[in-house]
Every structure is written in structure tokens, then in C-alpha cells.
Design a binder for this molecule. Sequence first.
Ligand code: NAD
Length: 498
Amino acid sequence: MSLSYKEFQTIAVGLRPNGKAFIDGEFCDAVDRSTFVSSNPATGEILAEIAHCKAADVDRAVSAARRVFNEGTWSRAEPEERKEILLNVARLVREHKNELAVLESLDTGKTINDCLDEIGGEVPNFFQWYAELADKTFGKIAPTGPGAMALITREPAGVAGAVLPWNFPLVMAAWKIAPALAVGCSAVIKPAEQTPLSTIRLAELMQEAGVPAGVINIVPGFGETAGQAIGMHNDVDTVSFTGSTEVGRLFMRYSGESNLKGVGLEMGGKSPFIVLEDAAINDELIEHAAMSAFWNGGQNCSANMRQLIAKPLVEEFTSRILERVKAFKLGDPLDPATDIGSMITKEHKDMVMGYIQSGLDDGANMIMGGGSDLPGHFINPTVFRNVTPDMRIAKEEIFGPVLGIMAMENGEEALRIASDTDYGLHATVFTQDVDRALHIARALPCGTVSVNGFSEGDIKTPFGGYKQSGSLARDNGTEALEQYLQTKTIWLHTQAKT
Ligand code: NAD
């Protein structure tokens, strides 16, 4: 059973967040001893001083990761050993879920319910799922004549870097760390500068779980310092990035300008939610429409912010969604009654408010929402209707609680407008006709299509983007392992002998 508001507040008061870097099994300051602060976006309260890692610290972390990789204590350990230790990580995260969820809620402004769902459920599940794969990832044998045996083996890539966003700090950390460690890589992780605390606490738990020194290293810092240093490092073999498309491009460049490391990119989106005229506008559809847009305050790469509704259904859809969205409660993220927390920073709030103004300037009709009088960086869930495809709010990723309703003539128009974007992360389609659902799902240029419900899938299914939402890499599923493995062929000449 979930704790009460008061109990979460008591946990918050008792927290002493650790802001140190974690390198080679030790918590430490940055080499130059510089720090920055991490604060609670809902209140402005400073939570901790954070070690400000730069190139020298990334160097230390990479050389520890390389040393342990070459020693083989983790990379060549029995797969069952890696499995047991990663299962310990899953267990410890579950045991500490309330503390981790409060820490993450304070650091991000996310609601405690979302943090608990993620940290009590998804995060340990990721560790458990990849732990179980550690001793079930097989190579292949190619068909040959009798003169050879051709073994296709999979080896860990080496030192894996990961650079993370602020919107799902621990989920994103787990998406990268769990598969990387399961196959034997060692890792250097840079959490987002806004939200380093839960990832640093995870490192403590990983050490307690038995992950050897040097296998996991955390280098908190900024993009231009620690992030770039990972991207440009000549001894990082592969880097997995989640964040904006703009920064994703830089990682491709860093790779080209350094050691041609592998680059896996998960980036932004402008995902459509399509309702065809044969769909039934019922409670379930409205719940999916509302959650697809406003979950995590809209600070979600797969948020379905373009809702493309068949013309005959627009009135009914609009009045029903309005009613549902009005029920969302904005407030203290630690209160379990809160549905929408704070935006991550003032700058981010200002950017989202700029989009709301651009919607008004472009002639869309704002039927609810706008700013908020609450102190902190809150924005009321906002709904526009009469949105047209040429408007900025219809084209650009807003990354805040701003939904645009667009009226569609037919499925063909919906498909054309849904596809007319540089992004390609996610889409939802509602229809009762399985032929239309499948045709549209196949035709949409995006990594995940969800039919008659909003879902990103789960740990078993790969997640990533087409076009400028991603590289060919995928997180989740067995596909995620590809980011952290390389393939070796061992061609054995054989002779028929007894
Ligand atoms: P961001 O790109 O600004 O930052 C992401 C990370 O990159 C941070 O750790 C940051 O410090 C680092 N970074 C910034 N500048 C850098 C540079 N010059 N060199 C190296 N690293 C640098 O993105 P954000 O604002 O933190 O996150 C929001 C974006 O992330 C949105 O566009 C969203 O759609 C995307 N996102 C995508 C997914 C996905 O799975 N596709 C998931 C979550 C978020």
C-alpha cells in the first residue's frame, strides 16, 4: 500500500542526498573541487551540492572502467555471477523504492505517484529482465562445409558511456545500465545536471549489491563539460544518449571527431493521437487521450500532443477531454493526490509558455489552461482547438502540458499529416476496423504505434525512433543489447581426423 502525504514528507525531511561523483568504487569530489547545486523545482529549495565533473573526471572514470574491463572481473565473469548481482540491484531498488521515489520527486518536480510507479515497478524490472538475459545471450554457428567451423560470437563492446535526460532520471539510467552491465560492459554515466540525485543513490545501491569497483561510474556535470568529454573520449567504445535531437546530432559529430565510437540516440518527438470516425468516444479512449498528453506534465518524448480527430467526432471528443483534463490536480509533487507536478526549471517553463503564446498568436483557440498562480514552475494543463498543421504548436516538440486538437477529413488526411514531421517516435490510432488499424500502423514512419490505447510498450519491446527521433539503435527488449555488444567471427579450419 502506498504511503500517505505525511509519510512522504517525513521521508523527505530525513533525506541527506549525496552529490558526489562515483568513480572506481569511491564517492569523490570533482578533481578541481568545483560544485553546482541541485534544487527542487517545485519550491526552489537547494537539495545538495553536486560534484561538477569535467574532462579530467571523465578521464578518471573511463580509465577505471577500462582497467576493470581489461581485468575481466566483470566482463569475463561467469554470466550467472553478473545475473545474481544485477538481481541484487533489482531487489535493493525495490527495498528502497519509497526513499528513491521521494528523492526523485524532489529533484524533478515529478509526482510521487509517477516516481513510485517507475521506481517501484519499471526500474527494478529492467534490472531483473536484463539480469535474466545475462546467461541467455547466445552466439551462432554459420553453415559451412566439413573443412571449417564458423563461430559467430558476441562480445561486450567495452566501456559504455551514457548521457541522460532529466524527465525520467532513474528509468533512463536503468535503460542504459542494465543491458550494458548484463553483457559485461563497464559504464560511465552522466545524469542530467538538473536531476543527478537518484542516479548517484543508485550507484550506492549497486555497490551494496556487489557490482565491482570501476564497473559503474557516475560523473554528474553539464553537457558542454562532462557530456562532451564522454562523447569525445577516445577510450569510450559506445555511447547511448537520450535527449534532444539538437544534442543527439553533436554525439554523431563527437564520434566522427574522436574514435568512431558506436552512437545510440533516442531523441525528441511530436507524436500523433489519431481517432478515426468509426471509433467510440468512451471513457477509455478519453483516459488514453488525456494520459498520452499530460502524463509527466507533458515532459515526455512520446507525448501525443497532436490529437488528430475525425471531423464528426471533434465536438464530442473536445467536450469529453476538457471535462477529464479539468479533473487533473496541479500541486505539491509529494502529495499523492497531485496529478501534475512542476516543470523542471524556470527556463523550461518560459519556453513552454512561449509556445502557448505562439498558439494564441497563430489563431488557435485555447479552451483551457495557460500559466499557473502557484509558486514554482507550474503550468496548468492546456488545450487548444482549431489547430492547423502549419502552426508552431502543431509542428515543434513543446515538452510541456500543451495539447492541440486538429480536425481531420478522413484517415488518409490523418496519415498524411501525422507523417509530415521530422520526428518519428510514436503514434496512437483508435479505430474499430482492424484493417484500417494495421494499414495505418504499417504506414506510419515511427518506432512504436499503439492501437486502441496509448502505450510505449514495456521492457520486452524495443523503443526508439525513426527519422530524427533516433538512430537505428533501440532501448529495451533484446534489441537494446545490440548497443553494448560487438560481433566476432572465429573461423576454425578443421580436418577430418579420428
Ligand atoms: P538535452 O539534449 O538538452 O540534454 C540531454 C543530456 O545531454 C543531458 O545530460 C545534458 O547535460 C546533455 N548535453 C547537453 N548539451 C550537451 C552537449 N553539448 N554535449 C554533450 N552532452 C550534452 O535534453 P533534455 O532537455 O535534458 O531532455 C529533453 C529532450 O529529451 C526532449 O527532446 C525529449 O524528447 C528527449 N527525450 C527522448 C527520449 C527518448 O527515449 N526518445 C526520452 C526522454 C527524453
